[in-house]
Design a protein around this ligand. Structure first.
Ligand SMILES: O=C(O)CCC(=O)C(=O)O
Length: 254
């Protein structure tokens, strides 16, 4: 979807946006088929549910480094449903990061909450997180909650929130984000977010990916940790202190 001025305003102030379009059903089927194998075979690197023994697929909380596991994950990350919207926020040249997120939250039945956190600091360059839902996410299976506007906080606060998920101020300031299968949420990674316990009998899978503008000044253009998924590898820095003005260097005597 091409963002309107109103969409951009909404994203800028709330810090998040739910896309009206979903990924095609056959792509979501293929993502789930590959993920089934990864979970059943418990292929590392894995983050496990804390209180469960690691001999059981129901203990798999998160699959890490998904971009190295199967090309279908990159296909989803590069899909126009996501990229066209992202370009309204990050501009025409977009990098997908390998060294941030790059995981699937499997969230098996009974999975513990994801505590409150903000991924980045408000002073960092804009990093957009995309959540792509492989399964429906509801209030019952512990959908993510985001704190609107928290990416613009002028005060300092630890990036990790309180231990208790429900019994805290962030919970009361947050909004729940139920999502359909194939749905996508984009959010500014400085926004506080967390997800409740999965109180259902099935898993609640979603992919978590990180995107940044490729033409930001600090971006190393041939960084192996980044994949250019849209646009071109352009350099926007000043080549010399004067090149911006197309001037000769000032004459020392003038
Ligand atoms: O949906 C979830 O379970 C939490 C998502 C999240 O915070 C993450 O993947 O970093």
């Amino acid at each position: 979807m091409k963002l309107t001025d109103e969409d951009i305003w909404y994203f800028k102030y709330t810090g998040f946006l739910r896309l009206p379009d979903t990924l095609p059903g056959d792509l979501v089927d293929r993502l789930n088929a590959v993920t089934d194998v990864q979970v059943q075979q418990m292929i590392e690197p894995v983050v496990w549910e804390k209180a469960r023994s690691r001999d059981n697929p129901l203990a798999v909380r998160r699959l890490s480094k998904i971009l190295d596991r199967d090309p279908v994950y990159l296909e989803a990350a590069s899909h126009p449903v996501i990229q066209e919207t992202l370009s309204g926020i990050l501009g025409p040249h977009i990098d997908l990061l390998r060294n941030k997120h790059n995981h699937i939250m499997v969230r098996p039945p009974g999975s513990d909450p994801v505590g409150w956190h903000s991924g980045e600091e408000p002073y960092s360059y804009t990093l957009i997180t995309a959540l792509i839902y492989l399964e429906e996410s509801t209030m019952g299976n512990g959908c993510i909650r985001l704190v609107p506007g928290s990416h613009m906080r002028p005060f300092s606060r630890s990036r990790r929130g309180p231990r208790s998920f429900r019994n805290c101020k962030l919970y009361y300031k947050s909004v729940p984000m139920p999502m359909p299968r194939g749905g996508v949420i984009l959010f500014n990674d400085c926004c506080y977010h967390g997800a409740d316990k999965n109180r259902s009998n099935s898993s609640r899978r979603s992919m978590t990916l990180a995107f940044r503008a490729h033409d930001a000044h600090d971006v190393v253009k041939d960084d192996p940790e980044k994949i250019l998924v849209r646009g071109e590898s352009v350099y926007s820095g000043h080549i010399s202190p004067y090149s911006d003005y197309r001037l000769e260097p000032p004459n020392k005597n003038s």
